[in-house]
Write a protein that binds this ligand. Structure first.
Ligand code: 13P
Ligand code: SF4
Length: 319
C-alpha cells in the first residue's frame, strides 16, 4: 500500500506538471478509477469518456481503457497528445471487425444506414453514419427507425439483437461478440436467482439474449450504476465486467452485489468476468507514459475528419 500511495502521488504530480488529465473506464483497476477521480479526471462509461476528453482543456489525455477509447479521444481532439498505458490493450469486437471485411459487408447493403458501436477501429468508424455506445444505442436506433431508416449494425451481435428486439428496427447484424460478456451463463444465472429470489438482475447488453431476458434492468455501465442507486433493493446480481463492482460496492456499502455466473455446470468462477485488455492498465504503466511520453495514440490524419462525423453526431444526440 505504501508503494501504491507513492506511485499515485508521483502520477498526480506529473499530471499537473504535464498539463495532463487521466480518463479511465469503469473496468480498469480500482486504483486507476480512484486516481482519476482524485486528480480531477474522470472514471465513466465509454460515451462520457469521449465527451470529457473532447471538452477538457488539458493538452494531454491519458486514457486508461482500451485502444478504441484512445483513438476516439484522438479523433475528437487531434491537437491533443493521447497516451495509453499499454498500446496492446484492444477489444475482441474491434479485432473481429476488420475494416476491409466491413467495407465488403457494407457494399452488400448500400441502401442501409450504417450504425457502428464505439468498440471499433478508426477505420471502421470512418465508414459509419452513426457511432453509438451501449448507453445511447437504443435511443439512436429508435430515432432512426422512426425516420424510416433500415440499419446495418456492427459489430456486437448481442447488443444488435437486443436493439432489434426492443425497437423492431429493420437491422442486418455483423456477428461479433465481447469475450467477457459472451461468457455469462443463462442456466447458472437462473440457479443463482433461485438462491437469491429478492435480487434484482442488472445486465450489460453485450450479454447473450438468454441472460438479457432475465434482467430487471439492461444498460451500459453507467446505467447499471444508476439502477443500483435507484431500485429499492438490497441484493443485486450483475452481469458485466467485474471492474464495475468497485464503483457499485464503494457507492453502496449497505448493498450486496453478486457477480453473474460465467462458469457452467455449477462451478464457481471468482472474478472470471474481467476483460484481459482492460487488465493491462495499471499505475506503473500510467507513470511510465507520463515520464517518457511513450505509447502515444496516432490515428491516420486522412481518417480523422470522416471518423469524427459519426462520433460528433452521437455526442450531439446525447448532449
Ligand atoms: P460502456 O461503458 O459504454 O457500457 O462500455 C462497455 C464496454 O465494453 C467498454 O469496453
Ligand atoms: Fe471489448 Fe468486452 Fe473488453 Fe469491453 S469488456 S473492451 S467490449 S472485450
Amino acid at each position: 500500500p505504501a508503494e501504491r500511495q507513492a506511485l499515485k502521488a508521483r502520477i498526480a504530480e506529473l499530471l499537473r506538471a504535464r498539463d495532463a488529465v487521466l480518463v479511465a473506464h469503469y473496468y480498469v483497476h480500482p486504483d486507476l478509477q480512484d486516481l482519476a477521480e482524485a486528480t480531477g479526471g474522470l472514471v465513466s462509461d465509454s460515451l462520457e469518456m469521449a465527451r470529457f476528453g473532447r471538452d477538457h482543456p488539458a493538452r494531454t489525455l491519458v486514457v486508461a481503457g482500451v485502444r478504441f477509447m484512445g483513438e476516439t479521444a484522438k479523433i475528437l481532439s487531434p491537437d491533443k497528445t493521447v497516451l495509453m498505458p499499454d498500446l496492446d490493450a484492444t477489444c475482441s469486437l474491434d479485432i473481429g471487425c476488420p475494416p476491409d471485411d466491413f467495407a465488403a459487408f457494407r457494399a452488400e447493403h448500400p441502401d442501409r444506414t450504417v450504425v457502428v458501436y464505439a468498440n471499433t477501429s478508426a477505420a471502421v468508424k470512418a465508414q459509419a453514419d452513426w457511432v453509438v455506445t451501449s448507453s445511447c444505442a437504443l435511443d439512436i436506433v429508435g430515432a432512426l427507425r422512426d425516420a424510416g431508416h433500415r440499419i446495418l449494425w456492427a459489430p456486437d451481435k448481442h447488443l444488435g439483437g437486443y436493439i432489434q428486439r426492443e425497437t423492431g428496427a429493420d437491422m442486418v447484424l455483423w456477428r461479433g461478440s465481447c469475450v467477457v460478456h459472451d461468457e455469462f451463463k443463462a442456466f447458472e444465472l437462473e440457479a443463482l436467482r433461485r438462491e437469491y429470489p429478492e435480487a434484482k438482475v442488472l445486465v450489460h447488453p453485450e450479454s447473450p439474449a438468454a441472460v438479457v431476458a432475465q434482467a430487471d434492468v439492461v444498460g451500459s455501465t453507467s446505467q447499471i450504476l444508476q439502477a443500483a442507486a435507484n431500485l429499492p433493493a438490497r441484493v443485486f446480481i450483475v452481469a458485466t465486467d467485474s471492474g464495475l463492482m468497485h464503483q457499485l460496492r464503494q457507492r453502496h456499502p449497505d448493498k450486496l452485489f453478486l457477480e453473474a455466473p460465467t462458469a457452467g455446470n455449477g462451478a464457481t468462477c471468482k472474478s472470471c468476468a474481467h476483460c484481459p485488455w482492460m487488465a493491462m492498465n495499471g499505475l506503473r504503466g500510467v507513470l511510465e507514459v507520463l515520464e517518457t511520453g511513450l505509447n502515444e495514440i496516432h490515428v491516420a490524419p486522412e481518417l480523422i475528419p470522416r471518423a469524427r462525423l459519426p462520433i460528433e453526431r452521437m455526442l450531439a444526440f446525447t448532449a
